[in-house]
Design a protein around this ligand. Structure first.
Ligand code: UGA
Length: 452
């Protein structure tokens, strides 16, 4: 199929390279000159495992351009994958989605049919609004026009984006007409039937079952995306709430998570207690859902509570440091991990940013390390001065405490004995429960985890 994708962020670029790999004819549009020049050189502007290898494979067929007008008229299917950043009141700002829809409607052929797919995460009702934007432009142009607006929410997880794209749990499509469902079924056919040869670095998981394509109405499709993210966010907040109580009563939350996760109704995933969720999705999407609810005059106390518990985790960890160090002012604390999760350079809403700001405000000398996200963190924390270190041993040298915030694989393999030896006081606060408390203690650390 001839496809145009508007936006080359995490979702747009991943979708573009995957669909190109599946032999669709893909052009991606982005107005950001810097991103485009990188893409024209065949370089990925985002850090995502496997994306560069896949881009190398498809770079002769995929095209990147700044011009909607140049590519939209000939496309069969157009996807909108632009950002929907939070407004001041928490609601998602759909301005870029609507702008993209307007530009598309302005240049499409009057006599051709197009499927317009909304991939961006958007508030419930956006599909309808986008259809209205398109109709208004058609009226202005004095044409009939024929665009089916379709909602196809994206469930991509950063760090695992390609796995999710090639081997999804499900594909959700919301539309009001059967043609749109057929177009999306055709688009995703290689994935739905798993007829493609997997990339060498990403074999098909052994126990993988063919994914269903769920068809529904547009409002429900939009709601599915928010409900899925909010449910996952509250699953994590729930285990973090249990973790707090485990600390008070002497239970180990990792054991509790294992025990409840074995119940197939609960399941083992997303029960890792720690510093809670960050990133561009859960914080934004839970706030946006509350925004949608507020507009409807509806209260969502569970979602509110999930947010409260989540952001408290960041304060609680600073309290743990204060408790163990007695006073924070003048102390040197080493931070391991700045990205909001491993395998990404993304620091948006990362727990590290809040924690570092709190520590610096308390007069702490902060040293930090991250294998990938340091440049982004430096930018996000430009208002404060901290020391960025190239390796974990420089972070710990003469430090009063170490605080692990992101569970990068590299930290699992650190020589704990060596680290403990070179610290002023060997205190390890393990914000993601990466280490066995016994191993850390055997290496000479005073160990504090979350909920154990
Ligand atoms: C999330 C969803 O998982 C995707 O399905 C969705 O498409 C995406 O949001 C989105 O809306 O675009 P993502 O934010 O990339 O994906 O990352 P997750 O793996 O879900 O992790 C989010 C946060 O939760 C991270 O900060 C992670 O450290 C934290 N987390 C995750 C925990 O604290 N405990 C867990 O058990 C799991």
């Amino acid at each position: 199929m001839k496809i145009t994708i508007i936006g080359t962020g995490y979702v747009g670029l991943t979708t573009a390279v995957v669909l190109s790999y599946l032999n669709h004819d893909v052009t991606a549009v982005d107005k950001d000159k810097h991103k485009l020049s990188l893409l024209h050189e065949g370089k990925s502007p985002i850090h995502e495992p496997g994306i560069q290898s896949l881009l190398d494979e498809v770079c002769h067929t995929i095209r990147f351009t700044p011009s909607v007008a140049e590519v939209v008229p000939d496309a069969e299917l157009i996807m909108i994958a632009v950002g929907t950043p939070p407004k001041k009141n928490g609601e998602a700002d759909t301005r870029h989605v609507e702008e993209a829809a307007r530009e598309i409607a302005e240049v499409c052929h009057p006599n051709r049919h197009y499927t317009l797919v909304i991939k961006s995460t958007v508030p419930i009702g956006t599909n309808k609004r986008v259809a209205q934007v398109v109709d208004t432009v058609f009226e202005e142009r004095g044409i009939q026009g024929n665009i089916s607006v379709t909602s196809n929410p994206e469930f991509l997880q950063e760090g695992l984006a390609l796995q999710g794209a090639f081997y999804p749990d499900r594909i959700v499509v919301g539309a009001n007409n059967v043609n749109a469902f057929d177009a999306l079924r055709h688009l995703y056919q290689p994935i739905l039937e798993q007829t493609f040869d997997p990339p060498t670095f990403l074999p098909r998981p052994a126990a993988y079952h063919l994914p269903p394509m769920m068809t529904t109405d547009p409002n429900s499709a939009e709601m599915i995306k928010y409900a899925a993210n909010t449910f996952l966010a509250l699953k994590i907040s729930f285990i973090n709430e249990i973790a707090g109580l485990c600390e008070d009563v002497g239970a180990d939350v990792t054991e509790v998570a294992r025990g409840i996760g074995l119940d197939s109704r609960i399941g083992p995933r997303f029960l890792r207690a720690g510093l809670g969720w960050g990133g561009s999705c859960y914080p934004k999407d839970t706030a946006a859902l509350l925004g949608v609810a507020a507009q409807a005059g509806y209260e969502m106390p569970i979602t509110e509570a999930a947010r409260t518990v989540n952001f408290e985790q960041r304060k609680r960890i600073v309290e743990k440091l204060r408790y163990v160090l007695k006073t924070l002012k003048g102390k040197t604390i080493g931070i391991l991990g700045l990205a909001f999760k491993p395998n990404t350079d993304d620091v948006r809403e990362a727990p590290s940013l809040d924690i570092i700001r709190q520590l610096v405000a308390e007069g702490v000398n902060v040293r930090a390390h991250d294998p990938i996200a340091m440049p982004n963190a430096q930018q996000a924390l430009s208002e404060i001065t901290i020391e960025y270190c190239e390796d974990v041993y420089s972070v710990s040298h003469n430090a009063d405490a170490l605080l692990l915030i992101t569970e990068w694989e590299l930290y699992h393999r650190m020589d704990l004995r060596k680290l403990a030896k070179q610290m002023k006081t060997p205190i390890l606060i393990d914000g993601r429960n990466v280490f066995s408390p016994q191993d850390a203690m055997d290496a000479g650390f005073h160990y504090i985890g979350v909920g154990r």
